[in-house]
Design a protein around this ligand. Structure first.
Ligand code: 3UK
Length: 540
């Protein structure tokens, strides 16, 4: 850690976990060595303009906005000017951002980093109460909000114990007018590589959200570890995808990775499966980032869509079932690039690079990271033995003032809470979230494995598998299933699916209980809420 900091407001630095509670950071590749003074916005934007690529397209939206790298630089500078000159932003202040994905929202995020501030991006779906939790935990004084989403932000302000200044942006707002008339020069604050510039709130399915802290160096490290070595996109690629900027999967895939290499980001306010498919065809998108469910939803219409421009398709956020991998390959000829990431780690740390991937496995540690599987006491486990996943690398977990730091970081390793197995060739195979293992009649059963088996049956569109209380057996495997069009939810289908699973995987894992539902509970980041399913299962 360097001693220098540009932060005048020491809020983040004062709440970092003590050094002994932090993970071990590894910078063991030349591309991960950065100068001590580093501002991510300069590396992502100015660098291209200075190198003569100012006329390349940096960002598009679905509605005709098209920004070159020079346009992006100028807009980012104007926003940084307004934030500092008019609203008193000083380095180290936290700024909440409430907006859907768009070039303007991306420019706001980059401008905050440029001015030495700390970005606190939030999901547009959040309600006032959830915004209050974030405002209070991050001690927000300034919030920038899309005028169309202002109601919940104002409600948040009204009920918060520390009301922030709320700036609405968009057509007709004072903020956007101020930005339009501000000078387009703003010298980036000379931040340290270790100065915090991003808070990522976890999308945790239970409990108070945890606030992860990331520094300027981390922003670049995920680009230069995963982006450069696994994704391997090029400057003529066009990126798109569904995850919101507030989910670090989205910020990385849709803003950081394309800008790092001078490529183009198509930023869509609405990016459901149908919107995304239409945008791919219309803008000849070549790289997409989305979740396994979205790939399954797109498959339903893949035959009639033009996906010929796609080159690289990244899947993360949830386990990628083999059936989805195979169906996508059959439909498009492309192999999905699976990768496990986490808010704590900022982005993906185990993935399958093209040409080296093993269908069904998540992959190998991303260059720059180390991973292993450990037992209950932290001991290394031999191959083919399920255990706790532990990782370390150039990024790692730093919770803001949170006792749960000691659960996530043990002996310098980040413990993600996932159960994994390594094979003889060092590939990592996902089993389940550690607390999602189902124990039935003394057997350990991983819900996702049963889900993968069910998904290979044409009647199953989506499913979630959890343990349900059972008088006789204690716990039984229960599957909640959303049927594909044309199938009816009757007893004969239940039996068909049970027999089907018994033939696919070890028979003791079959779902003794099946319930048909219209939809599954999901988090705003698209993850199946097994916790909710378990609650439903408690009710009978
Ligand atoms: C699960 C996966 C199996 C896993 C994320 C890419 O998902 C992201 O961050 P979150 O903090 O959740 C982390 C947890 O999600 N998971 C994610 N990817 C996979 N499980 N296979 C996968 N490919 O339980 C992990 O611990 O919401 C993903 C990039 C950035 C991210 N923040």
């Amino acid at each position: 850690m360097s001693l220098y900091t540009a932060h005048v407001d020491r809020f983040a630095a004062d709440r970092l976990p003590p050094p002994e509670a932090q993970p071990t950071f590894l910078f063991n590749r030349p591309e991960l060595i950065y100068p001590e003074r580093l501002n991510a916005s300069v590396e992502l934007v100015d660098r291209h303009v200075l190198a003569g690529r100012g006329d390349s397209i940096a960002m598009l939206d679905g509605d005709g906005v098209q920004w070159t790298y020079r346009d992006l630089l100028n807009t980012m500078n104007r926003i940084a000017r307004v934030l500092t000159d008019r609203h008193g932003l000083v380095p180290g202040n936290r700024v909440l951002v409430r907006a859907s994905n768009s070039p303007y929202a991306a420019a706001i995020i980059l401008a905050i980093m440029r001015a030495g501030g700390i970005v606190v991006a939030t999901m547009p779906l959040l309600r006032a109460k959830e915004l209050v939790t974030i405002c209070e935990k991050a001690e927000i004084n300034l919030a920038i909000c899309d005028q169309r989403l202002i109601d919940e932000m104002e409600k948040c302000k009204a009920i918060s114990s520390r009301p922030a200044t709320v700036l609405g942006f968009g057509t007709g707002t004072k903020f956007s007018a101020d930005v339009a008339s501000a000078p387009d020069r703003f010298e980036a604050v000379d931040t340290s590589r270790d100065d915090i510039c991003l808070f990522g709130f976890t999308s945790g399915t239970t409990g108070v959200p945890k606030c992860t802290m990331h520094a300027h160096r981390d922003i670049l490290a995920v680009c230069d570890a995963y982006g450069r070595n696994i994704l391997r996109a090029a400057s003529d690629d066009i990126f798109a995808g569904s995850p919101p900027f507030a989910f670090t999967f989205g910020l990385g895939g849709l803003v950081l990775f394309p800008l790092r290499i001078g490529a183009t980001a198509l930023l869509l306010e609405k990016a459901g499966p149908a919107d995304l498919m239409a945008a791919i065809a219309r803008h000849r998108v070549s790289v997409i980032f989305t979740a396994p469910t979205a790939y399954r939803a797109m498959l339903a219409d893949a035959a009639s869509a033009d996906l010929s421009s796609l080159r690289i398709c990244v899947s993360a956020g949830e386990a990628l079932p083999l059936a989805t991998f195979q169906a996508w390959k059959a439909a498009t000829g492309l192999e999905l690039l699976d990768g496990i990431g986490a808010t704590e780690m900022l982005h993906i740390f185990i993935a399958a690079p093209k040409g080296k991937l093993k269908p069904g496995a998540t992959g190998l540690p991303v260059p720059g990271y180390e991973a292993k599987v450990i037992g209950p006491n932290g001991e290394d486990l031999p191959p083919h033995t399920p255990g706790r996943l532990a990782v370390r690398g150039p990024t790692g977990c730093r919770y803001l003032d949170d006792p749960r730091q000691a659960t996530y970081v043990q002996n310098g390793w980040n413990i993600t809470g996932d159960t994994y197995m390594v094979d003889g060739e060092g590939y990592f195979w996902y089993q389940a979230r550690s607390d999602d293992m189902i124990v039935s009649s003394g057997y350990n059963i991983a819900g996702p494995e049963v889900e993968s088996a069910l998904l290979t049956h044409p009647a199953v569109a989506e499913c979630g598998v959890v343990g349900a209380a059972d008088a006789e057996r204690g716990t039984v495997v229960r599957a909640y299933i959303v049927l594909a069009p044309g199938f009816s939810p009757d007893q004969s289908l239940v039996e068909t699916l049970q027999t089907f699973v018994k033939n696919e995987i070890a028979p003791y894992k079959y779902p003794r209980s099946i319930k048909f539902v219209d939809k599954l509970p999901r988090t705003p980041t698209g993850k199946l809420q097994r916790f909710e399913l378990r609650e439903m299962a408690q009710q009978g």
